[in-house]
Design a protein around this ligand. Sequence first.
Ligand code: PLP
Length: 376
Amino acid sequence: MSRPIFCQVSIAALQHNLQVAKRKAGAHKVWAVIKANAYGHGTAAAVQGFESADGLAMLDFSDAVLCRQLGWKKPILMLEGAFAPQDVQLALAQHLELIVHSHYQLEWLIKASPNRQASLPLKIKVNTGMNRLGFAPQDVQAVLQTVKDAKLSNQVTLVTHFANSDMSVADGLERPMVTPEQQLQAFVSAGGDLIAGSLTNSAAVLTEIQISHVLKAETQSEQGWMRPGIMLYGATPFGHRGAAQEGLKPAMVFGSKLIAVQHLKAGDQVGYGSRFTADKVMRIGIVACGYADGYPRHAPSGTPIAVNGQRTVTVGRVSMDMLMVDLTALPEADIGAAVQMWGDIVSVDEVAAAAGTIGYELLCAIATRVNRTVVN
Ligand SMILES: Cc1ncc(COP(=O)(O)O)c(C=O)c1O
């Protein structure tokens, strides 16, 4: 018997979540964000699941080539633009749209063949307060002039990215942070068009109340594009609001089986570092899943997990290839019982919250040694 751990991706769930995003988007177009191997779900599965998206947005040029090979004919947006001069040539050959966030990328574009560049759609990234990528608002007009003078493109729009659209007053903000509203003002001051620009990630799509004016502006026009990522995979950027509440379905089941059972008496300890001590007679199960599979090592005892379709919790420290679960209330669960680390019974967001991280990180971290399947 091969090791029973698996990662199963549902095309139907990807399709469903895209429809949720499209409903929110109204007339406005959707870039399905598929960077990082489609948030760990697999680029090929994403191309299939997001067939009805208006475009795919990603980071790696090899992924863009793969998408074209898989038959994706609609727009592709490269979220960080060119990493090297040859990426500009690849973008021209493969009809990829480029974000331009720095002057060196403009120089590469200028050096590439001028006639062909006019057909290359460019998105100028505005740094509206996140201070990660993009031109300062006061520099944007000069950048646009350079683009115009060099006849770099006849399809130029401005884009930006929110730093805190996943935060709300409900989270109890502990310190001042740049708000979506402040970023919108900076975007507009740079000459950004709230209708034609692309601004909204999943949190901004989902928090209609917080930034309804962006959503409204973007949904009024077919020119506007949203850029949802995490919600398409059935997880959310919020700690306080679950994906199910948003009508989203988890697209990934990370599962395994029990490979051993132990009986503990009060005082017995479990695993490396003896981090868990039984305070009563207990039955625990050993799961074929560890941090070398992508399960977070820092998940503490008490992290939710499901056995035989029923929720229980982990006990002790996660090891490289195994973790332990409490079976005391699950007398039927024995060796071979099905375990769900995350999926439709236990959400990846719950596990992430217990482990002090976000669902994004867990979804992206499934190890290559885990057997992957795709189901319709
Ligand atoms: C530029 C950009 N747009 C959109 C997204 C999608 O964000 P999310 O997965 O939070 O929807 C990301 C992801 O980090 C991003 O970097």
